[in-house]
Design a protein around this ligand. Structure first.
Ligand SMILES: C[S@@+](CC[C@H](N)C(=O)[O-])C[C@H]1O[C@@H](n2cnc3c(N)ncnc32)[C@H](O)[C@@H]1O
Length: 153
């Protein structure tokens, strides 16, 4: 499965991430009658190369196969500059590896990776490009209001 190769760059072992996401999804299924949040929304702030997103897709595929769901029961909102780290003057961001543009990926790279996997390519994905500060606008909140994030703690 090519998606498995795609996730291999993540620092957290892929299988742990997939298990974590799968457990959250099962919890969402169990609580879906007690929450206004529709099942299956995944917000990722800092999509990077898509390693974590791939783990979510593998978990979604697993849960879909065991709970009679389809790719359309999930939706992804991927937030990133898709040009790497933005500039920062914050003292906590002073780090040799954290220069402007580091960790750059692109929407095309993520799309190409998703296209290699039959389940993932059917999951609706919205790419929200820009710094979080720029892209998290009131207009976007209104657009996403039908899909509020669920807390899973
Ligand atoms: C460590 S990478 C994420 C890795 C990713 N989760 C994965 O599994 O491949 C951090 C990402 O956050 C993005 N990022 C960091 N600060 C940001 C900001 N203020 N606004 C938008 N994107 C930001 C960077 O562009 C980079 O792609």
């Amino acid at each position: 499965m090519r998606l498995a190769v795609w996730t291999s760059y993540s620092r957290i072992p892929r299988s742990s991430l997939v298990r974590l996401f799968a457990a959250y999804l099962v919890k969402m299924i169990k609580t879906k009658d007690r929450t206004p949040c529709p099942f299956g929304s995944y917000y990722e702030f800092g999509t990077g190369w898509g390693g974590t997103l791939a783990a979510f897709m593998l978990a979604a595929e697993q849960i879909a196969s065991t709970h009679d769901l389809t790719a359309d029961d999930f939706r992804v909102f991927a937030f990133d500059t898709f040009e790497g780290l933005p500039p920062s003057a914050h003292p906590a961001d002073r780090h040799a590896a954290w220069r402007e543009g580091a960790m750059a990926s692109s929407v095309d790279v993520i799309r190409q990776k998703i296209a290699t996997h039959p389940f993932a390519r059917r999951v609706p994905v919205q790419y929200i490009k820009g710094t979080f500060e720029e892209s998290l606008t009131d207009a976007l909140i209104e657009r996403l209001r039908p899909f509020p994030p669920t807390r899973n703690d």
